[in-house]
Design a protein around this ligand. Structure first.
Ligand code: UD1
Length: 418
């Protein structure tokens, strides 16, 4: 097992380049199951989650090759519509193969997916939507099985704008007979990216990024060449780290328009933010100030930035209140931050954070991906040495995090745990 060892107290300075978005790559890799020819996906990050998704689609009958930042994917004419349990349990996003499998093979049998331990994360919205399109779905012994004689377009209202359900249903509807209108759809930039990718394959989809997405089914989708969007959560994590260390960092190759809620909070907390066309410069001007924050579906404040902001609040001047409205169990980082000296009280979905002047280094454990990111930022500002265990979670979503932070001046090393 490996750990990250950070000696805190250094300002981050310099330039960092953002990689392709993990949460755009995963659904798009799944959408490639729908293609009849070769797809080339560009700017694909080297991440554990991407490798697991590659293994998932390979197991379904798809040839996947890596060439630098590109992924070359060619589906076989006939797919094997069953995912092995050990792969499915490694990655929640593996549930995104359901929509394409049903659209293309008219059948799937998959185990309930795994992923970060941040809440119960049911699949009811995915299943209700597929049933509305004409699928017969059964759930037994930990498996979801579905079959159809042919999906048909319909009107679907999502009770909640779930990102994964929106993506699965868009993909299922792309080859359905007729028009599907997806109401109360998620509006995340990754949904827009999936629409653009599917349309590059020949789909007819409009409205992603708004409440209602209209999907006109087509007979066939062909291969294509596509570059995915930059990772807004990775960009946000570097911005938060820079602000926490009172640094001066240019985060380049990002889309500032995808980060408006995060940038607003950073400004409220006192950081200086300069927005350029495809870059953001952030300057920490002094101690951060407390603020309040509630996670919401996009364009609200992202739940995937909540743990990192909890660290900022832990060292800000004054008392901050955080409300996590997306996941019911996403404050695992709080107990670890307390070990570093943070003053955080949790009551259900509400966290009250009294900022302390300084954190002090200790041994902590990352329980999931973004909680790990929160601990890295805490280590960067803490006095003395912080060791972070459980860093395989970080490798799921951040490419070469420690070397990129080192380039910005951080004192951070990866070591094998004794
Ligand atoms: C995606 C992101 C994840 C992010 C999350 C919310 C990917 C690969 N992952 O996850 O990083 O944290 O969006 O922005 O893109 N829900 C139901 N029933 C369902 C589906 C979801 O109740 O059928 C609930 C979930 O339990 C959760 C909420 O809806 O409380 C949001 O989940 P959802 O938007 O589906 O998240 P994911 O797609 O899993």
């Amino acid at each position: 097992m490996e750990e990250l060892v950070i000696t805190g107290g250094r300002r981050l300075e310099g330039t960092v380049t953002v990689q392709g978005a993990k949460n755009a790559a995963l659904p798009i890799m799944s959408a490639m199951l729908l293609a009849t020819g070769e797809c080339r996906l560009r700017r694909v990050p080297h991440l554990q989650d991407v490798s697991v998704m590659a293994a998932v689609i390979r197991s379904l009958g798809v040839r996947v090759e890596r060439s630098g930042q590109d992924l070359l994917v060619t589906p076989e004419a006939r797919l094997t519509p069953e995912v092995p349990a050990e792969l499915m349990r490694q990655l929640r996003a593996s549930n995104l193969v359901m929509g394409p499998l049903l659209g293309r093979a008219r059948y799937f049998r998959v185990p309930y997916p795994g992923g970060c331990a941040i809440g119960s994360r049911p699949m009811d919205l995915h299943i209700k939507g597929l049933m509305a399109m004409g699928a017969e779905v059964t759930e037994k012994q930990g498996y979801i099985e579905a079959r159809t004689t042919g999906l048909r377009g319909t009107n679907i209202y999502l009770d909640f704008p779930s990102v994964g359900a929106t993506e699965n249903l868009m993909m299922a509807a792309a080859l359905a007979d007729g028009v599907t209108n997806l109401h109360n759809a998620a509006r995340e930039p990754e949904i827009v990216d999936l629409q653009n990718f599917l349309n590059a394959m020949g789909a007819r989809i409009h409205g992603a990024g708004r409440d209602t997405i209209r999907i006109e089914g087509v007979k066939e989708l062909r291969g294509c060449n596509y570059k995915i969007i930059p990772d807004r959560i990775e960009a946000g994590t570097f911005l938060a780290a820079a602000a926490a260390t009172r640094g001066d960092v240019l985060v380049q190759d990002c889309q500032p328009g995808h980060l408006l809620a995060v940038l607003a909070k950073l400004r409220e907390m006192g950081a200086r933010v300069i927005i350029k066309k495809d870059a953001i410069r952030i300057q920490g001007t002094g101690r951060l100030q407390a603020t309040d924050c509630k996670t919401l579906p996009y364009p609200g404040f992202p739940t995937d930035m909540q743990p990192q902001f909890m660290t900022l609040m832990a060292v800000a001047e004054g008392t901050s209140v955080m409300v996590e409205s997306i996941f019911e169990n996403r404050y695992k980082q709080a107990a670890e931050l307390r070990r570093l000296g943070a003053d955080i009280r949790i009551e259900g979905r509400v966290a009250v954070i009294n900022g302390v002047p300084a954190l002090s280094g200790s041994v902590v454990e990352a329980s999931d991906l973004r909680a790990g990111a929160a601990l890295v930022i805490a280590g960067l500002v803490a006095e003395g040495q912080t060791s972070i265990e459980g860093i395989h979670h970080l490798d799921r979503g951040y490419e070469q995090l420690e070397s990129r932070l080192r380039n910005l001046g951080a004192d951070i090393q990866r070591r094998s745990e004794k």
